[in-house]
Each structure stands twice: as structure tokens, then as C-alpha cells.
Design a protein around this ligand. Structure first.
Ligand code: NAP
Length: 215
């Protein structure tokens, strides 16, 4: 049995990942989120899913929620994401949980080359600084983390991605589907030894360009 805590459990990638996790009957989920009304209550399998309402920047809520899980998957967002990262690391340290999957963003290491890199930096602005500060909290920890930097996200119903490993390896492509990211996360849950202490970029192959195709 693998117990996975999903932080930000109503997030768009998180919901897709939860569906994949539940396909394995041995998985159990802790759905940690601020707004439980954003979950489809009829879909929740009470035997295998536990909903915990809380804010990921608050240790008193987060620590008890993750204390007996095997893996924490953080699908968080927001201007205070660095505080959330600090709290996640502290809670995991105190709970003795080692394996963390952390969603970040392309561009936080200024690793996106060329015209697209310039466009990405100008478009995302301070979001990148904030997300970099959060990622630094994760990579400075002694946790078994995987930091995932997706390209611009789409809702295409496809699993089609390639990986660039290493924070400073030039990023490829412009887009990737949320389902692809969820599928990669599910692979990490199925084999928690995969990509430990790695920092990966995810993109759809052959989507290089000066901007994502829809801009
Ligand atoms: N859009 C893109 O092209 C792109 C590209 C690369 C990376 N990303 C990043 O990838 C991440 C995942 O993407 P996504 O589409 O799944 O994002 P999403 O749907 O916005 O999910 C993020 C979740 O974080 C939750 N959250 C925010 N602050 C929280 C807190 N303090 N405590 C608990 N939960 C909190 C939000 O829930 P509530 O607000 O309901 O509480 C939301 O459900 C995001 O950080 C996004 O910025 C996006």
C-alpha cells in the first residue's frame, strides 16, 4: 500500500493525477486543500481517500495531514509559494517523510533559451522569482525530491512528453499537456526511486517556437 498526500488537491494537474493514482487499488490518498467544495464529493472513495482542509503554509494543519504518508505530491501555486515550500519541508522533516514531488515552472533557472526564453521571462515576470525561491527551499532540503518544471500547460487529451534533466540544461519546446505531467507524476509514484533529487523539465516534443502556439 502506498499512501500519497496531494497538496492543492483540487488543482488541475492534481485532479488528473488523482485519477491515475486511484487506478492502482493499493494506493490511498490524502487530499489536502483549502476549498473542499472544489472537489467532486460524489467521486470520493471514502475507503481510500481522506479529505483534509488546510492551507499548505500552515504547519499545524499540514503536519498531522502528512504524518503517515509515503509520498507528498505538492501541486501548489500563489504569491506565497516560498512560504508553502518552507512549511512543506518542515512538515516532512518533522513527520519523517522523505519523498516529495514538487511542481514548479519552466524558466525559474533562466534555462529557457532563445526568443522563447526572453518572451517567457517578460511574460511571467516576478512569478519566476517567486517560484525560484520556492524551488530553492526544496533543493536545499535533504528530502528525496523531484522538482518538475512543465512547459506552458494545455488541456489536450494526450500523453506526449520528453524530459530534460538538470536545472540548468537548456529547456526544450514551449508546451506540454497537464495529462502528460500527471502521467509522469504517476510514474514517480509507481517507482519512487525514479528521478530522486532530480530537477526535470517536461515538454511536448517538436513544439519549439518563439511563443506557445496559441499566442
Ligand atoms: N499555466 C501554465 O502554463 C504553467 C506552466 C508551468 C507551471 N505552472 C504551474 O504548475 C502548477 C500546477 O498547475 P495547475 O494547472 O494544476 O494549477 P492550479 O489548477 O492553479 O492548482 C494549484 C492549486 O494550488 C492550490 N493552492 C494555492 N495556494 C494554496 C495553499 N496555501 N494551500 C493549499 N492549496 C493551495 C490552489 O487551490 P485553491 O486556490 O482552491 O486553494 C490550486 O488548486 C501551478 O503552480 C502553476 O503555476 C503553470
Amino acid at each position: 500500500m502506498t499512501k500519497i498526500a496531494v497538496l492543492g488537491a483540487s488543482g488541475q494537474i492534481a485532479k488528473l493525477a488523482e485519477d491515475l493514482f486511484l487506478k492502482d487499488k493499493d494506493n490511498e490518498l490524502v487530499l489536502f486543500l483549502r476549498h473542499p467544495n472544489k472537489l467532486d464529493q460524489n467521486k470520493i472513495d471514502k475507503n481510500r481517500e481522506k479529505v483534509v482542509v488546510g492551507d499548505a503554509s500552515k504547519l499545524d494543519k499540514l503536519l498531522p495531514a502528512i504524518k503517515d504518508v509515503d509520498i507528498v505530491y505538492a501541486n501548489l501555486a500563489g504569491g506565497n509559494i516560498e512560504d508553502q515550500a518552507k512549511t512543506v519541508v518542515k512538515a516532512m522533516d518533522e513527520a519523517g517523510v522523505k519523498r516529495l514531488i514538487w511542481i514548479s515552472s519552466l524558466g525559474v533557472y533562466d534555462e529557457v533559451p532563445g526568443k522563447f526564453g526572453e518572451w517567457n521571462k517578460n511574460t511571467l515576470g516576478s512569478y519566476l522569482t517567486t517560484y525560484r525561491a520556492a524551488a530553492d527551499q526544496i533543493t536545499a532540503s535533504d528530502l528525496d525530491y523531484t522538482v518538475i518544471r512543465p512547459a506552458w500547460l494545455t488541456n489536450k487529451n494526450e500523453v506526449d512528453y520528453e524530459i530534460t534533466r538538470g536545472a540548468h540544461t537548456p529547456f526544450k519546446g514551449t508546451e506540454v499537456s497537464r495529462l502528460s505531467v500527471a502521467s509522469y507524476i504517476n510514474d514517480l509514484v509507481e517507482d519512487p526511486s525514479k528521478d530522486v533529487r532530480e530537477n526535470v523539465g517536461l515538454n511536448k516534443p517538436n513544439t519549439d517556437g518563439d511563443k506557445p502556439a496559441w499566442y
